[in-house]
Design a protein around this ligand. Structure first.
Ligand code: SAM
Length: 508
């Protein structure tokens, strides 16, 4: 579902998309009539490029060859054709020398520009093919600039510089038609552009700190490129950090990562995101083009959506400048400390370090004491429970004697090497460990509750459209994270109740 932003003001144009970079996707065989041998799914840039924390996004999407109509698109039809971009596709096709799409046109949606069906589209149809020759990659960087950039300057910054160069060239740029359609400052709602007051709304979420880290990273990159830009005053005169931030955001929100590296794909990057769509951008290395296959039927006028990836609301506002009101991929980061007064602290830290867990599907051990939890779907003990790594940490934390820690180490050696994955033999100790988790999570839930209640009322009369939208994003983020915590708490309550019953029976 699209996030529901209160109607954007004319002075507040729509926000921008973010792209993410991650691990490579497995090769997939295409099953449609075009019989391209091997295609590779591209994926968006993510926090992976800015943080050592590596969330495991499941980016593999199966194309469903069935006939379903997009309820989202039906609800959000073509508001109006985008006159400013009317010439965009013919221009790009002339530049590419081939047809790119005969079934899509650019229009205005509730969330900025978007692509709409101009003809009937059926599941499995190839709806756009953008040749590599009209994609923008770091190779497009002017050699004289490239030669001066240090190795420290990454591909995102390089693409950002290309956008700045082309923008400065105005109508002389070969990309002028594309550059002029990209979102302007007022249309971007990534948290990196939020005021201190706005950011304060999400202080409770890890997105707050990640935003600060991201801003520092962009500042660092800017500091590294400024000496080079200064060599070309005719091109870069009066480029500010704010300009660089916008260009940087345009890259992180619109570029795809594939085996051929990072690329901006004009036209395809006008597609909006649907978290449940099975359409992704595919890269055909043989034919040297990127294409999109429809995962459902569309009638003319319907908005055509793709999936940027399984991104939680903890990722979308920073990288893409929007949130989803109910995001099934939501997750929350929680931290635990081993108290300094714990006389086994050093031993526990050492043990955890020795057994530092490999990344799990359902939880990522960000550091020894930081965990990422997703919605626990079954509070009745079936299906996924709480991340094993978190429960293991709690078991270690609850040990009160060195022998208990040695027992855990021995058990790990006898099993698969992973620490404290089995319930503790002493049910009381197992209960204690989980009650400690429950109490921590309950405390966090109270904090989220306070943060949500302290958001300005949604219908506050003098609220600007921009602030109302960002407030709604903060609300979506916090309520999503609270929902995850709630599910964890329900799971823990259930587990603790079962343990209490066992202990009760044992004591009879
Ligand atoms: C790559 S662009 C897509 C085209 C974009 N609408 C434009 O005007 O250029 C991504 C941006 O579209 C908007 N967007 C995409 N999917 C959205 C969604 N599901 N809900 C809200 N905004 C969305 C966000 O503003 C995001 O930053």
């Amino acid at each position: 579902m699209h996030s529901h932003f209160p109607g954007p003001a004319s002075s507040d144009p729509p926000p921008t998309l973010c792209t993410r970079r991650g691990r490579k996707l497995p090769k997939r065989r295409r099953t449609n009539s075009l019989s391209t041998p091997m295609l590779q799914g591209g994926h968006r840039l993510s926090k992976l490029w800015r943080s050592p924390i590596t969330p495991l996004f499941n980016l593999c999407h199966r194309l469903l060859i069935n006939f379903k109509f997009s309820s989202l698109s039906q609800a959000k039809g073509l508001d109006s054709l985008d006159e400013e971009c009317e010439e965009f596709l013919p221009w790009l096709e002339r530049k590419a020398g081939v047809e790119i799409s005969s079934v899509l046109s650019i229009g205005k949606s509730a969330y900025g520009r978007s692509l709409f069906a101009s003809e009937i589209i059926r599941t499995g149809d190839c709806i756009s093919k953008v040749p590599y020759s009209v994609q923008i990659t770091p190779d497009n960087l002017l050699p004289k600039i490239k030669a001066l950039l240090s190795n420290k300057v990454g591909t995102v910054a390089k693409l950002a510089i290309i956008l700045l160069v082309e923008q400065k060239m105005g109508q002389d740029s070969e990309w002028a038609s594309y550059i002029s359609c990209l979102p302007q400052h007022g249309e971007i709602h990534s948290t990196i552009f939020w005021s201190e007051y706005e950011l304060d709304m999400i202080r409770q979420s890890s997105v707050y700190q990640e935003t600060i880290n991201q801003k520092s990273k962009i500042e660092e990159d800017f500091a590294a490129v400024v000496p080079v830009l200064e060599q070309f005053p005719e091109i870069f005169e009066s480029i500010t950090l704010k300009d660089f931030m916008r260009a940087y955001f345009l890259v992180t929100s619109r570029a795809w990562e594939s085996t051929k590296g990072l690329s901006l794909i004009p036209f395809t990057d006008f597609m909006n995101h649907d978290g449940v769509s099975d359409s992704i951008v595919l890269f055909d290395e043989d034919k040297k083009l990127s294409e999109v296959i429809a995962d459902r039927n569309y009638v003319p006028g319907q908005e055509v959506l793709i999936n940027y990836g399984n991104f939680p609301n903890a990722t979308l506002p920073l990288d893409f400048g929007f949130t989803l009101p109910y995001n099934i991929h939501d997750q929350v980061q929680i931290h635990f400390n081993i108290p300094y007064h714990d006389c086994l602290r050093e031993m526990k830290l050492e043990l955890l370090q020795q057994h530092s867990t490999p990344k799990l599907k359902d939880a990522i051990n960000c550091s020894e004491d930081t965990f990422l939890i997703k919605e626990v779907r079954s509070p009745r003990g079936k299906g996924k429970g709480l991340p094993q790594s978190l429960r293991a940490f709690a078991r270690v934390l609850c040990c009160t004697a060195p022998e208990e820690l040695s027992d855990l180490a021995m058990e790990a050696a006898q099993m698969d090497g992973r620490l404290a994955r089995q319930p503790l033999k002493d049910s009381r100790r197992e209960l204690l460990a989980h009650e400690m988790l429950l109490s921590h999570i309950t405390h966090l839930m109270q904090k989220y509750d306070v943060a949500i209640k302290s958001l300005a009322p949604a219908n506050f009369p003098s609220m600007s459209k921009k602030f109302a939208l960002r407030r709604q994003m903060a609300h979506d983020l916090l309520t999503g994270e609270l929902r995850v915590l709630n599910s964890a708490s329900a799971w823990l309550n259930n587990y603790c109740a079962a343990l209490r019953a066992t202990i009760h029976c044992q004591s009879q």
